[in-house]
Each structure stands twice: as structure tokens, then as C-alpha cells.
Design a protein around this ligand. Structure first.
Ligand code: HEM
Length: 177
């Protein structure tokens, strides 16, 4: 079921490793920061729903600050991701890197639209457009996070370690220990 994997073809036994350049002691900075926009922008849907149920101003104000925090931290995280994207050709060779980049820019645009909408009056903004926007934003967070995960966990981007030995004459790479 979950995590089931087929037997890899011999030449695919090594997971590709593409160390990040935007890193602290080899640990990529982008994944350290993405937790903030993911948590802030995802939780915003819940706090909007809390406002809808309870009609307490507090929840609308929390949504407003989550929106601002998500946008700011998303831009900061995105800047580090952009560094790896622009510097490493191996990253740009992946379709999922382009999809992740485009989806992330759309996510940040949604977050910016949310701040613009809520800025004049965070309470009045929640229903209906704030809630609709936070639902679409939460969906976008999932898509962007999933595609980012594909980069890290499928294509080994940001993973450091020994490079695999070159393939033999038949294109096979020896299996990892
Ligand atoms: C708010 C916006 C963004 C979110 C939520 C996000 C999310 C993620 C996630 C979840 C990962 C997988 C790492 C992990 O699971 O810890 C990832 C990896 C990655 N993302 Fe993003 N990302 C965002 C913006 C961007 C932007 C604008 C770029 C620029 C192209 C980018 C480039 C990358 C790269 C290159 C990786 C591979 C790991 C690395 O080199 O650091 N991301 N992202």
C-alpha cells in the first residue's frame, strides 16, 4: 500500500544525489524554511472556519497575521529555493522543478492577494472571499509541498553524500550497500 516500491531496474539502484548550494553545513536551507509558509497558510483555512463558526474577531485577526507571516516566510523560503533552481542545472532539468516553481509563484500570489483583501478590515474580509481564498491557498500549499517533496525524495535534490560510481559498459551502476 503506502510506500510500496517496485524492484528498481539495475541502472536505477542508486538514488541520485544533488547537494544543495543554498545550504548550511550541507543542510539545504529551503526545506528548513518551507515549514513556516506551509503551516501558516494551511492553518489560515482553519482559523477562517473558526471565525465562521464562532464569530469571534480574534480568529479573523489570527487569519490576518497567519496570512502576512505565510507571505513573508514564503518569499524568504522561495528565495533560497530559487538559488538552487538557478545555480544547479540538474535541478532545472526536472519537469517537477519547473512545476514546483510555477505553483510556488502562484501560491505566493494567492498569499499576496489574501493580504491585500484582509488589510483594510480583517474581520469583514473573511466572508465570503477570505474563506474562499484561504481554501484555494490551502489546496495550492498541498500541490507545492507535494512537488517539492518529489524534488527532494524522488530526485534527491538537496541530498548530500557520495556520488554513485560511473555506470559500466552496459549502463548498470552497482547496487548501493
Ligand atoms: C512558499 C513557497 C514554497 C513552498 C511551500 C515550497 C515547498 C517545498 C518543499 C516541501 C520541498 C521539499 C523539501 C522538504 O520536504 O523538506 C521543496 C524543495 C525544493 N524547492 Fe520549494 N517551496 C516553495 C518555493 C520554492 C521556490 C519559489 C523555488 C524556486 C524555484 C523552490 C525550489 C525548490 C528546490 C530547488 C527544492 C529542492 C530542495 C532544495 O534544493 O532546497 N521552492 N520545496
Amino acid at each position: 500500500m503506502f510506500g510500496r516500491s517496485r524492484k528498481p531496474a539495475p541502472h536505477k539502484k542508486y538514488t541520485r544525489k544533488v547537494p544543495s548550494v543554498m545550504a548550511l553545513h550541507k543542510h539545504p536551507i529551503h526545506p528548513m524554511l518551507v515549514v513556516f509558509p506551509i503551516a501558516f497558510l494551511g492553518t489560515m483555512l482553519l482559523t477562517d472556519l473558526a471565525w465562521l463558526l464562532l464569530r469571534e474577531e480574534f480568529w479573523a485577526v489570527v487569519s490576518f497575521w497567519l496570512n502576512i507571516g505565510g507571505l513573508v516566510m514564503g518569499v524568504v523560503a522561495g528565495a533560497f529555493g530559487m538559488g538552487d533552481f538557478l545555480i544547479l542545472r540538474e535541478v532545472r532539468n526536472h519537469v517537477s522543478a519547473w512545476s514546483h516553481f510555477i505553483a510556488a509563484v502562484m501560491l505566493l500570489a494567492l498569499a499576496a492577494a489574501g493580504v491585500w483583501l484582509r488589510w483594510p478590515d480583517p474581520v469583514a474580509a473573511v466572508w465570503p472571499w477570505g474563506l474562499l481564498l484561504s481554501a484555494v491557498t490551502a489546496g495550492a500549499v498541498m500541490v507545492v509541498g507535494w512537488l517539492g517533496g518529489t524534488l527532494s525524495f524522488r530526485h534527491g535534490i538537496g541530498v548530500y553524500g557520495e556520488k554513485p560510481p560511473p555506470p559500466d559498459a552496459e549502463g548498470n551502476t552497482p547496487a548501493a550497500e
